[in-house]
Design a protein around this ligand. Sequence first.
Ligand code: CO8
Length: 262
Amino acid sequence: MTYTCILVETVGDGPRKTGLIRLNRPKALNALCDPLMDELGEALAAFDADAGIGCIVLTGSEKAFCAGADIPSIKDLDFLSAHQGGLVSKNWEHVLKVKKPVLAAVAGYALGGGCELAMMCDTIYAAESAKFGQPEIKIGVIPGAGGTQRLPRWVGKAKAMDLLLTARMMDAQEALQAGLVARVFPTEGFLDEVLKVAELLNAQSAPALALMKEMVNQAFETPLTQGVQAERLAFHAMFGTHDQREGMTAFLEKRAPQWKHG
Ligand code: CO8
């Protein structure tokens, strides 16, 4: 498929590579419009289905990961056209359906829907230049893709309220302290650092990676006892894989495991 709003490539030297997706609407600071979200969904699904891909990195440009929803394309909607037209609901769930790890690599602005998109990924790495915020209040609305729900889960209620109600931006170091991002890297060479992290993931067993991310994400959806039970079942399921046997045997034989990813 030819893409107009994103750039897609595979990166890496190992047997399994990284699927790299760059949001690419530079004139609108990568604002999210329907064509972009449709293309993103296609690209994510294609990488997810490709056995040669270990994980996916989603990034933007140096200036902006993404400045949020494309304001011109939603400005004139009314309630019915927003609701019946499936604004957000029709093409925002793709990233949540991906079984492989999806890493958000954020440099520059991650605002509104951009911050929400990053929070839909499995974890976020930030450049020193990153700025996170939910500025919807300044344009007379509230977040519509999880900002009021995921942000408190990531950073706690007090900071989420502060960010949402004031529309202020949070820099990378504050985001790190708040737990929104996993690590901060220097802006120079930032993407290479994230791609190094991705290489580490690519070298792991695919079923273990997939179940790991599913279980962690489930922790935010279920009560503790239920989550621990689900984890135990998933752990037991791992003993039905070749890679469990190979991983444990390789450890005891003091050699690198040869995964079959099954
Ligand atoms: N949509 C469309 N175009 C945008 C957007 C946007 N969100 N943000 C910036 N642009 C455009 C500007 O209009 C400008 O275009 P032009 O050069 O043609 O005038 C260009 O990008 C560069 O922007 P600025 O000149 O403003 O650049 P600055 O460096 O001065 O400022 C900012 C950068 C701070 C990022 C500023 O552009 C800004 O505040 N942008 C708006 C941020 C915002 O309010 N985001 C929230 C939008 S609402 C939302 O995301 C709700 C999500 C709900 C779910 C999604 C449903 C689809």
